[in-house]
Design a protein around this ligand. Structure first.
Ligand code: ATP
Ligand code: MG
Length: 233
């Protein structure tokens, strides 16, 4: 279980998160929704200990252990996987190289073969380099790589951004399978309907604060909240 408790975080002097509390349990998909610039990426980066923004107050616990003074490698080793927004890859490494550097790192149910089976498109592009992949192929590779680190909690920052509908469905079905296998997933999403198709619970963030939390079905029936925080009419 990952617990974010009353966390404040800043870029330099500028506060971006204000007393955020979020919990992700094993076996659930938790959607984090909110308009552009509200602090979704900042929250994920604060959890991962990337240094910018930096935590100024509060506590983050992974299986009860504080992670706020750890660097991002140690945090990843504790079982928190991360798919960053914008699909960062190594330009000069091939698909196969991206995956094999991580293989056998741990006893993990996700190895190269399983990733290639889940994303057949990657199997057809094994020897293409990072800079020769399409946006969707990069995103599939980023998700595959995060899975191969053997996470028990996965933070995914807009994993379906820019993907074709059929690929969005593929990612959604993989997320559901992972959830059913016991993975806890924090899913940052712009697309409300895509998020609600798979989420068990929802948080809405507005200028660095959690302003709503609850069940997808309740959110969908609350037109006021949808309008006020997500701009959906
Ligand atoms: N490196 C940075 N330095 C200073 N301010 C930043 C930095 N990165 C983001 N911000 C600001 O912090 C706020 C939150 O940004 P963040 O990237 O967390 O938003 P977001 O909810 O992920 O938005 P989006 O949906 O567009 O990805 C914004 O006002 C943004 O301008
Ligand atoms: Mg973002």
């Amino acid at each position: 279980m990952l617990q974010v408790i009353d966390v404040c975080s800043s870029y330099g002097e500028a506060q971006v998160l204000n007393k955020i509390s979020v919990t992700i349990n094993p076996g659930e998909i938790v959607a984090l929704l909110g308009r552009n610039g509200m602090g979704k990426t900042s929250l994920v980066r604060t959890i991962m200990g990337l240094g910018s923004p930096h935590l100024t107050q509060g506590e983050i616990l992974m299986q009860g252990q504080s992670i706020i003074s750890l660097n991002s490698n140690l945090i990843s080793n504790l079982g928190i996987g991360y798919v960053p927004q914008g699909r960062r890859l190594f330009q000069s490494l091939t698909v196969l190289e991206h995956l094999t550097v991580l293989d056998n790192k741990k006893t993990n149910t996700w190895n190269v073969d399983r990733v290639l089976k889940a994303f057949p498109r990657l199997a057809e592009r094994l020897h293409h380099r990072g800079n020769q992949l399409s946006g969707g192929e990069r995103q599939m590779l980023a998700i595959g790589r995060a899975l191969m680190t053997g996470p028990s909690i996965m933070l995914m920052d807009e994993p379906t951004e820019g993907l074709a509908p059929v690929t969005v469905e593929l990612v959604e079905s993989i997320l559901s399978t992972l959830r059913d296998e016991g993975l806890g997933i924090l899913l940052v999403e712009q697309n409300l309907y895509s998020a609600l198709a798979v989420a068990n619970r929802v948080y809405i963030i507005e200028t660095g604060q959690i302003v709503w939390e609850g069940l997808p079905s309740i959110l969908l029936s609350d037109q006021k909240i949808l309008e006020r925080y997500l701009g959906i009419h």
